[in-house]
Design a protein around this ligand. Structure first.
Ligand SMILES: Cc1cc2nc3c(=O)[nH]c(=O)nc-3n(C[C@H](O)[C@H](O)[C@H](O)COP(=O)(O)OP(=O)(O)OC[C@H]3O[C@@H](n4cnc5c(N)ncnc54)[C@H](O)[C@@H]3O)c2cc1C
Length: 383
C-alpha cells in the first residue's frame, strides 16, 4: 500500500496547483442546463489537456507524458481536491482508451488516443443490452463478416454519453457457434454511420445521461476491431477493470471534499430552532461516512500500489467498486439528513443523492462484485 508520494508525484501535484491557481474551475460553476454543461465540460477538458494534465501516463507519442500511473493518480486526486469537475471524456479516458493503449494497433493508437485526451472525440461503451447486463456474455448483438467490413445488428442499452459520442466500443457476437465468451469481438462503431439510432433515456436525476442505441445493418470497417476477432471478452474485462479501479482513487478524494462541505454546513445549519449537529442521526451518519471514506482511501491506495507494481488493475478492483458504492450511498444519505430536501436541488448537490443510487448498478452491480470477491479472490465455491 502506498500512502506517501515520491518526489516526481509531489512535483506534478505542484504543477496542478499552479494550473488551478491561474484560473481554477469549480464544479459548482457548472451550468444547470444539460447541453450547456456538456459544452462547458468539453472546453474544460480541452484546457486541461492543453496544460498537459489529462491521462499523463499515456505515451508521449499519443499526447500523454509517459509519466507513471502514480503521477496520473496524483493529478486526478489534486483536481478532485480542488473541486474541479469530472471529465466528460471519462469513457474514452478511463474505460476504452486504456484497452486501446494495451491492445490497439499503432495506427489505432495514432488515430484515436490524441482526440480522446483533448475531448475532441467523446466515446461511449456499448456493452450492456436489454437481456445482457450482469450476464454480459449473453449479449446478442451480431457482427456479420462481409469480407472487407462487418455489419452490426442489435441493441445496446444504458449507453452513457451515446448522444454526444463520436465512437462506440461495441461488444458483438462474431462467431455464433462458439461458446458464449469465445465468439465475441470488441468493435469500434462510428456513431455518425448510417443505421445507428440513439434514443436518450431520462434517469432518476431527470437527465438523459444514457441512451438506448440501435444498430440496423451498420457497416464497421475491418480495421475498427480492437484485438483479434472472437478475442473481445478478455479485452472487455480489461476495460471493466479500469472502470472499477483507477478512477476510484480520485472519486474518493471528491467524496471527502463533499463530506467536509457537509460537516461545515452541519455546523452552521439549524432545523426547528435547533442546531442540525445536535441530531443524533446526523452525527452518526457523518461519523459512518467518515469511517467509510477512510476504508475507501486505504483500499484504493492498496489497489493503486498493486496496479503500479503489475502495470494493470486486477480482481481487487471489485473491492474498490463495492467500497466506493457504500461511500457514495452513505454520503448521499448524509447529505439528505444534513440539508433536507435541498440535497436534491442545492447548487453542487443536485446529483449527489440521486446519482448515488446508480452506484450499486453501473460498472457491475454490488451483487456481482460480491460474487467475484467470493469466488475468484476467496476461492469459495460457486453459488
Ligand atoms: C448510470 C449507469 C450508467 C451505465 N452506463 C453504461 C454504459 O455506458 N455502457 C454499458 O454497457 N452499460 C452501462 N450501464 C449498465 C450497467 O453495466 C448494467 O446496468 C449492470 O451491469 C447491470 O445489468 P442489468 O441492468 O441488466 O441488471 P441485471 O443483470 O438484470 O440484474 C438485475 C438484478 O439481479 C442481480 N443479479 C444478476 N445476476 C446475479 C447473480 N449472478 N448473482 C446475484 N445477483 C445477480 C443484479 O445484482 C441486480 O440486482 C450503466 C448503468 C447505470 C446505472
Amino acid at each position: 500500500m502506498r500512502l506517501t508520494r515520491s518526489d516526481a508525484e509531489r512535483r506534478i501535484a505542484e504543477e496542478v496547483h499552479s494550473f488551478l491557481s491561474a484560473g481554477a474551475a469549480d464544479a459548482r460553476e457548472l451550468p444547470e442546463e444539460f447541453d450547456a454543461r456538456i459544452a462547458w465540460l468539453r472546453e474544460w477538458q480541452r484546457r486541461l489537456h492543453e496544460a498537459g494534465l489529462v491521462n499523463v501516463a499515456w505515451p508521449t507519442e499519443h499526447g500523454g507524458r509517459g509519466a507513471t500511473l502514480g503521477e496520473q493518480m496524483v493529478v486526478e486526486q489534486e483536481l478532485a481536491r480542488a473541486g474541479a469537475p469530472e471529465l466528460i471524456g471519462v469513457v474514452g479516458l478511463g474505460v476504452v482508451g486504456p484497452s486501446i493503449v494495451a491492445h490497439g494497433t499503432a495506427e489505432q493508437k495514432r488515430r484515436w488516443l490524441p482526440k480522446i485526451l483533448s475531448g475532441e472525440e467523446i466515446w461511449c461503451q456499448g456493452f450492456s443490452e436489454p437481456g445482457a447486463g450482469s450476464d454480459l456474455a449473453a449479449l446478442r448483438t451480431v457482427a456479420e463478416d462481409r469480407g472487407d467490413h462487418w455489419v452490426l445488428r442489435g441493441q445496446k442499452t444504458w449507453t452513457s454519453w451515446a448522444q454526444h459520442a463520436t465512437w462506440c466500443a461495441v461488444l458483438a457476437r462474431t462467431d455464433l457457434e462458439a461458446a458464449a465468451h469465445k465468439g465475441i469481438s470488441y468493435l469500434v462503431a462510428d456513431m455518425r454511420a448510417p443505421g445507428i439510432d440513439v434514443r436518450p433515456l431520462e434517469q432518476l436525476t431527470g437527465e438523459p445521461e444514457f441512451s438506448e442505441v440501435y444498430f440496423d445493418e451498420v457497416a464497421v470497417p475491418k480495421d475498427q476491431i480492437i484485438g483479434a476477432p472472437n478475442a473481445g471478452w478478455s479485452i472487455a474485462m480489461h476495460s471493466l477493470a479500469h472502470e472499477r479501479g483507477p478512477a476510484v482513487a480520485a472519486r474518493a478524494v471528491k467524496l471527502r471534499v463533499l463530506l467536509d462541505r457537509l460537516i461545515a454546513d452541519a455546523r452552521r445549519l439549524e432545523r426547528d430552532g435547533r442546531p442540525v449537529l445536535e441530531d443524533a442521526e446526523v452525527r452518526s451518519l457523518l461519523a459512518r461516512t467518515h469511517i467509510q471514506l477512510e476504508v475507501l482511501r486505504c483500499q484504493s491506495a492498496r489497489t493503486v500500489g498493486t496496479m503500479i507494481a503489475k502495470g494493470r488493475p486486477g480482481l481487487e478492483t471489485s473491492i474498490d467498486k463495492l467500497q466506493l458504492t457504500r461511500a457514495e450511498q452513505l454520503l448521499g444519505d448524509t447529505a439528505l439528513a444534513v440539508l433536507g430536501p435541498a440535497a436534491t436541488y442545492a447548487p453542487g448537490w443536485q446529483n449527489v443523492y440521486l446519482y448515488s443510487r446508480a452506484a450499486s448498478i453501473y460498472g457491475g452491480t454490488s451483487q456481482v462484485q460480491k460474487n467475484i470477491i467470493a469466488e475468484r479472490i476467496l476461492g469459495l465455491p460457486r453459488s
